[in-house]
Design a protein around this ligand. Structure first.
Ligand SMILES: [Ca+2]
Length: 329
């Protein structure tokens, strides 16, 4: 299984994605649906065991009256994550949570001042990984500003965001992750084109689609109570208590699904793309990003960035993956 780095705004759907993925070699937090600091607290409450500080960036676009839906969604997410009953949340020690709130958090890389430097260090230490971006691209753009060749050290960039062939629900028809920090999105897409990095785009063309109908019996089975025991290092890469860590991640994912079943049509798809790429149909597309609005539009070949655009998912296979990963021990 290839190595992954994950950058996340750690809402409910991100938590499910993190629980589904094999333990990433690096997790950093970024502001989006949650602020970077709240995302760090959220990651800590779900998985515990943060090993280093790494403050993520908050994007320039903040919620305005036009984005009332997103502000309401943020408040709902914060409430649910405040109340979630998982052992890491219950074992949370107040000073550690305060530290996360102040500094953000990274798993996997110690001793870095912020998310961008943790990412640069991780790429240098472990070249050839896949970077999975589950939030706005602010941290990646900042890493590029400091180290213009940072994408050269990745084998692949998976971006959950954009709305290419269907409009998104953010202002101007953008998708939220791109809308929060349009300049960062434009920068990262341009840099991926220049570096020749394979970019797989999981945009609104697949994500958030009503066509992804996870059937009620499976959702009910996922929502059934399950025992949840906190291992020493729930997100640690391949440790001694691998089975215990997997059982714990299953439990976290299932409690998050119970909170918000529709989250299965969002960020967890990026985990599915890592675990079983064959269940997606990808098409080559050229995508231009508007640096003022974050709108991602298809443009002529030779312009924009060549991406592998996910245009379809095999829903039956996605359900099989959820069953295998979350219901089987
Ligand atoms: Ca997210």
């Amino acid at each position: 299984m290839r190595k992954t780095f994950v950058d996340t705004d750690c809402a409910i759907d991100d938590g499910i994605a993190l629980a589904l993925l094999p333990p990433p070699a690096l997790v950093t937090t970024v502001g989006g649906i949650l602020t970077a600091q709240r995302a760090a607290v959220s990651a800590h409450r779900l998985f515990g065991g943060l090993s280093a500080k790494a403050a993520g960036l908050d994007p320039p676009n903040e919620f305005s009256p036009i984005a009332a839906w997103a502000a309401g969604y943020r408040a709902r997410c914060e409430r649910m994550l405040d109340d979630i009953a998982v052992p890491a949340r219950e074992a949370e020690d107040a000073p550690r949570a305060r530290e996360c709130a102040e500094h953000g958090a990274a798993f996997g890389i110690a001793g870095h001042a912020d998310a961008a430097s943790a990412l640069i260090a991780a790429v240098a230490l472990q070249p050839g990984a896949t970077l999975v971006c589950l939030g706005p691209l602010s941290n990646v753009a900042e890493a590029l500003r400091r180290e213009p060749r940072v994408l050269h050290g990745l084998s692949e960039l998976i971006i959950l965001g954009g709305a290419v062939r269907r409009p998104g629900s953010a202002p101007h028809g953008a998708e939220w992750n791109m809308w929060f920090d349009p300049a960062a999105a434009a920068r990262v897409f341009a840099a991926a084109a220049a570096a020749g990095t394979r970019l797989v785009l999981l945009s609104n063309d697949v994500a958030n689609d009503d066509a992804i109908n996870v059937h009620a019996p499976l959702v009910r089975a996922l929502c059934e109570p399950v025992e949840c025991k906190l291992p020493a290092a729930p997100l640690a890469p391949a440790g001694e208590d691998r089975a215990a860590a997997r059982a714990y991640r299953q439990c976290v994912a299932r409690r998050l699904v119970a909170l918000q079943p529709e989250a299965l049509t969002m960020d967890p798809l990026a985990a599915a793309l890592v675990l079983r790429p064959s269940i997606f149909e990808l098409q080559l597309a050229h995508v231009c990003v508007d640096e003022r609005t974050g709108v991602t539009a298809e443009c002529a070949a030779g312009r924009g960035t060549a991406v592998q655009l996910a245009v379809r998912i095999d829903c039956g296979e996605y359900e099989r993956l959820l069953r295998d990963e979350l219901l089987c021990s």
